[in-house]
Design a protein around this ligand. Sequence first.
Ligand SMILES: C[S@@+](CC[C@H](N)C(=O)[O-])C[C@H]1O[C@@H](n2cnc3c(N)ncnc32)[C@H](O)[C@@H]1O
Length: 208
Amino acid sequence: MTNDVLALYRRYFVDTGYERLGLFTLMAERFAGRRALYPGSFTHVTPAFVYPLTCFVDTDRRAARFFADPAVHDYVNRRKAYPEEPSIRFHRADYTQGFPEVEESFDLLISQYAGFVSQHCKRYLKRDGVLVVNNSHGDASMAWLDPEYALVAAINRRGERFNLVERDLASYFVPKRDIAVTREYIERTRRGVAYTRRANAFVFERIG
Ligand SMILES: C[S@@+](CC[C@H](N)C(=O)[O-])C[C@H]1O[C@@H](n2cnc3c(N)ncnc32)[C@H](O)[C@@H]1O
């Protein structure tokens, strides 16, 4: 990786030990699917190593430059785990305002540290497609409250190793404090609620 543009991937994700390749590999192995949508991705191109069709959305100018650079496509080609040519799309857009993709066309919706992706971008996810979401901005709490999503797994992380938990899911999302966790509360605080049992991420299926 010598190119300046790729340095944006190395600095933020490789050097920090937080590429999360294990997370996307686990998702692809456990939940069938080939098309992934990542709103608020910045330059986190890692899902393209695992999913043959990826669509990234961000307002950031550096992300737009990154995804337009052929060096990024060459890099994905070198690291991809599937035989076909990668198809990588990028929209420089505010994901709350929508972007030109077909509704209900993605198998996986990715929400990582970028606000309420689960709500604004649900319409692009297939029914029975899955959302992988962390709770740093409260988006996992939001999905938990949403009757159109069903919790199907939690994901624990140790370094770059990720493990799926599919039992005792009822023990997640129990607040530590006696507070009423509502959509309004999460929107106001924009932070994950403190729960008695934590996980690195959660998987929800779109059921509505
Ligand atoms: C903290 S970074 C997280 C990047 C990446 N998801 C990760 O996990 O490393 C948040 C990114 O979300 C983008 N973002 C936040 N709100 C957005 C919106 N409404 N539309 C598009 N991008 C957004 C920001 O521009 C930024 O690049």
